[in-house]
Design a protein around this ligand. Structure first.
Ligand code: ZN
Ligand code: ZN
Length: 452
């Protein structure tokens, strides 16, 4: 019985492309009492794996929190796997407005202490005493009430590219930090104002609303299903959007457009822009906003320092990174002195520009790659790679990509190679080719040709 992934992300992406079926990106969560999270986790994995569902899910004694990509044709079957549990009967699945077949490339279901790392001591207040859920229409109505205070319970990099008009957007990096700040700021309004809150998918507000009720706020409301669900409802019901800009999401798209307003600036040149990216220097990986011109000029880097580092030979870059833990912490800081046009805290409700974008909002321009072959052997000392050509052909001057779980994605230009033992300028299917690489090849590595 399979309980864990056996395919790499790379292999999965290829399978998805080959299958050509449409996938839906969705998220859901439920608070509940789960006696045996480990067993719950295994049961879900087995069922979801059969349905070719991918994504990232956390289960805990307190419930489940999932962000998934599911083949459209398996959507109902997937829903049934959830409805089988009492606490998920009738569960709301937040289906994203825009879809990307590669939004998730692995199925991971993890047992955690909590389904959201909210850093709160739940023992101190009643987490089930939550605020009133509002649908999009009701949410719009309450925003019109002069007695309403609306608070954004997301982080600074999320509210920067889009938020509800008039919202308080705390300048925080974690949800927990925002709670006491808001409590202090609004302490004189506990009795008579409407405290209205929202977040990305609604889950943070479940806890936040309970916290504020415990703090003595009398009229606490929350946006049901968060911005994701709001976006869907305004579209379906033809309502006015009181949210302007883009909704930051946690898959690799980094943003889902809600209105065509651009409310943020390129952090490097100040021009209206709301495309997040991560600095290309793997030793930095800073999350920031960068326009296409700056992306081209700075080669996707956040600073000239990072740009210089990416031009160093790979072996030296690796040496520089040693001891630094940045890994996958994509959302690490999002702040740097190099970014002159970064805004947080009080944000403007005025659109700086309207988008010209078509529907493709993927952050990195996708370069077409063609599979050529797989690694057959590596030579530790000489740093020479041996690949077998299984498809297509390859010749000197080709831009190539070597990709694998440990190797990551390494791009090179093929300058010299040996084909079946002697120097040659091209190789075809069945040939064995060797060439030098500035890193170590793994047997799981694959060789691709990139379109120039
Ligand atoms: Zn720029
Ligand atoms: Zn950087």
């Amino acid at each position: 019985m399979q309980l864990y992934n056996t395919l790499s992300a790379e292999e999965r992406a290829q399978l998805i492309d080959e299958a050509g079926q449409q996938r839906l990106t969705l998220s859901f969560y439920a608070y509940a009492k789960i006696e045996d999270p480990k067993k719950f986790r295994d049961d879900l994995f087995i069922q979801w794996n059969k349905l070719d569902a991918l994504g990232r899910t956390y289960v805990a004694k307190e419930g489940i929190n999932a962000q998934m990509s599911v083949p459209a044709e398996n959507f109902e079957a997937f829903r049934e796997t959830l409805e089988a549990y009492d606490f998920m009967r009738g569960i709301r699945l937040n289906v994203a407005v825009e879809h990307d077949d590669h939004s998730f490339l692995k199925l991971t279901v993890k047992v955690r202490d909590k389904i959201v790392a909210d850093g709160l001591n739940d023992e101190t207040f009643d987490v089930t005493n939550i605020g009133v859920h509002l649908k999009a229409k009701e949410f719009n109505q309450i925003l019109e009430d002069p007695n309403t205070i609306v608070v954004d319970f997301r982080n600074h990099y999320e509210s920067e590219i889009g938020h509800f008009k008039g919202a308080i957007t705390p300048d925080v990096e974690t949800f927990r930090e925002s709670l006491p700040i808001i409590n202090e700021q609004l302490k004189d309004f506990k009795e008579d104002k409407n405290l209205v809150m929202y977040c990305t998918g609604g889950i943070r507000c479940e806890k936040a609303s309970a916290y504020f009720k415990h703090q003595g706020f009398k009229n606490v409301f929350q946006l049901e299903g968060g911005i994701i669900n709001y976006a869907k409802q305004i579209k379906e019901e033809g309502l006015e959007s009181k949210f302007i800009g883009k909704n930051f999401v946690f898959d690799h798209r980094l943003g889902e457009r809600i209105t065509d307003d651009i409310v943020s600036q390129c952090h490097q040149c100040g021009k209206p822009c709301d495309n997040h990216t991560n600095c290309l220097n793997d030793g930095c990986h800073l999350l920031f906003i960068q326009c296409d011109e700056c992306k081209a000029a700075m080669e996707n880097c956040c600073s000239t320092e990072c740009l210089e580092i990416t031009h160093l030979p790979l072996a030296e870059q690796v040496k520089l990174r040693r001891g630094k833990q940045v890994g996958n912490k994509v959302f690490r800081k999002g702040k740097s002195e190099n970014l002159k046009f970064k805004h947080s805290g009080e944000l403007s409700d005025i659109a700086l520009a309207k988008t010209q974008e078509t529907k493709d909002i993927r952050q990195k321009i996708k370069i077409k790659k063609t599979l050529v072959g797989k690694a057959e052997h590596y030579f530790v000392k000489a740093q020479v790679a041996l690949f077998v050509v299984e498809k297509n052909e390859i010749k000197l001057g080709d831009k190539i990509l070597i990709s694998g779980p440990t190797t990551g994605n390494q791009e090179l230009v093929l300058e010299k190679m040996f084909v079946n033992g002697s120097e040659n300028s091209s190789a075809k299917v069945g040939d064995k080719i060797t060439f030098e690489v500035p890193f170590r090849i793994r047997l799981s590595d694959k060789l691709y040709k990139l379109d120039a």
